[in-house]
Design a protein around this ligand. Sequence first.
Ligand code: SF4
Length: 359
Amino acid sequence: MERRDLLRKLIYSGGAGLLYLAGGAWLLKACARAEEPRNDLKPWQPAYAGLEAEGRLEDRIERAYRIFEKCELCPRRCGVNRRKGEAGFCRAPEKVMVYSHHPHFGEELPLVGGGGSGTIFFSNCNLRCVFCQNWPIAHEGRGQAISDAALAEMMLDLQRMGCHNINLVTPTHVMPHIINATRIALQGGLQLPLCYNTSGYERAEIVELLDGIVDIYLPDLKFMDGAEAERYNLAAAADYPAMAQEAIIEMHRQVGDLVIDKNGIALRGLMVRHLVMPNRVAGTREFVHWVANNLSANTYVNIMPQYRVEYRAFEYERIARAITAEEFVEAMEWAVEAGLTNLDQKSLIQLEIYRHRTT
Ligand code: SF4
């Protein structure tokens, strides 16, 4: 039975979660068998190590830092001189700011494994959604300004703790710091893949600079409609869907579908997140068809039910409530109808729970 048929059967029979629980990681193993690491990844090394061996990493860092002088790192294109401390929409100062770094066990299973995902939360944000769950960090900019060398030391810390990747949360506005710190950390022995965990509000031309540096891209695709996007973030980003889609296509071009090792740990590839919102605000049906038609049916997709009324969301009538069970179930059913075959394992379990709530 093909995986697509298997998923369809599980979702419509309501057996996804039960099968997972009863069979341990059976479903995960089924996916793992289909996605053995490619031979050219053995012995595995992070992409940036290869670029450094070719003598090309330093040039990327210089090019990235030059963009700071008239900042166009993201679609806002503020044009401020970040090297002189001028702040644009994201309000990022000259130095990189970090709120926290720690192993994270709540991320997608291929990122978490047994050791956790080595998460670094960067302060500030270039999009700033009105429903942001991390608003003290993203909107208020809480955190400490540190040097790139200190950021490198955080990466090495996470590796020493046994994490499986460096999970860079909200990295867009500090990308030059990140790649410089990565080079410093490589010299100190860093061997973990970088996971670029972004809101999706990116410029594809800037993402091109990360080709050969980032192994795992973890973008959101939050909205499919420009008017909805404009309404629900402080950037008023009506261009969010177009920018995010173009950037995600570039990410997929670079790293392809997700590749995991024999233990189910992500090595390389694209993982796309989509938060289901009340009243179909996020455009979930359009999202799943876009993925199937523009990336691949085998794209790792995490359709998330955990929308909460956070920060200023209570000021907006259509998003001032949690999603209903019916809204999550229909989202997952749309994903299968669109032919997506690599849905996040936890979302399949959550589907089982939400389905019970509808009966
Ligand atoms: S990264 Fe910040 S300063 Fe640069 S263009 Fe984007 S919002 Fe403006």
